[in-house]
Design a protein around this ligand. Structure first.
Ligand SMILES: [Zn+2]
Length: 283
């Protein structure tokens, strides 16, 4: 499931193909993904120029010259494939239409962006650009973890008195937007905090330390995604999924990587989701 760094990598990979360019033709091959598409989506997109491709949490936001913004969520299995000419250079032949190619954008200049989503938990919607922050998918979101509004005083205040485990508190999208299971596990490990600790019982000093740790974990993953982008022209044009070396996530039973720690990475289930952590160095 793509998390914030994967979505940011998709955004950066799409920019050369679509930003500043007109959508010559949009094709919508079914009426819905997780939810119905907005009325007349293909017509509303065709002929519009994408003036800016932004991101909020795990949503891509394509501002259009028509005054609307296309909101895209990759869901569980959504993939973006780029083919044809990008930045005047030809990269990939357009692939043969595949099952689950639900939306296809043919850009002025020859690039094609194909949205493929086998499980159909993805979503697309259109809203006036002025009102995008009020869209029901975005309205309740907390600050961006890499933005200025997410800072130490904010997080300390937000978690004060909360009796939920810190793992659940950081996954709460109203507290901080876009953090998912993988990077919360990684951040808690680096901060030496057990995922089971009640958020409100952790000292303010240790909560404050979490903020730069969360930023570092995300920035390292985005950097890994950036390296994967440099290779994508040799692969199949798919954006956003890349190999990344995790310290605890998916490493149950393997030795902890904290220097000097002899612990073993352990998996527990919290709120129905796996938490990976080291009981030795995470307290
Ligand atoms: Zn350890």
């Amino acid at each position: 499931m793509p998390e914030l760094p994967e979505v940011e990598t998709v955004r950066r990979g799409l920019i050369p193909a679509i930003e500043g360019r007109v959508i010559a033709a949009a094709r919508v091959n079914r009426p819905d993904l997780r939810w119905p598409f907005p009325p007349r989506m293909a017509q509303r997109l065709t002929g519009a120029r994408i003036t800016r491709l932004g991101r909020r949490s795990k949503y891509l936001l394509a501002d259009l010259s028509s005054g609307e913004t296309l909101i895209v969520h990759l869901g569980m299995s959504g993939r973006m494939l780029v083919s044809g000419a990008v930045m005047g250079r030809f990269h990939h032949d357009h692939p043969a239409p595949a099952k689950h190619d639900h939306v296809v954008f043919d850009m002025e200049g020859g690039a094609r962006v194909t949205f493929n989503d086998a499980r159909r938990f993805g979503a697309m919607d259109l809203i006036e650009t002025d009102r995008v922050e009020d869209h029901w998918l975005l309205a309740g979101l907390g600050p961006e973890p890499l933005g200025n509004a997410f800072h130490q005083d904010y997080l300390v205040e937000r978690l004060r008195g909360r009796m939920t485990p810190i793992k659940a508190a950081l996954l709460d999208q109203r507290v901080v937007a876009g953090l998912g299971n993988i990077y919360v596990c990684e951040a808690l490990h680096r901060a030496g905090i057990s995922p089971k600790r009640k958020a409100g019982r952790i000292s303010a000093a240790r909560i404050a330390e979490l903020v730069p740790v969360i930023r570092t974990v995300l920035q390292e993953a985005i950097a890994a995604g950036g390296s994967s982008l440099r290779d994508y022209r040799q692969s199949d044009g798919e954006l956003g999924y890349f190999q990344h070396d995790f310290r605890v996530y998916g490493r149950e039973g393997q030795p902890c990587r904290t220097p000097g720690c002899c612990g073993t990475v352990t998996r527990i289930v919290q709120s129905g989701r796996s938490s990976f952590y080291c009981p030795q160095c995470q307290r």
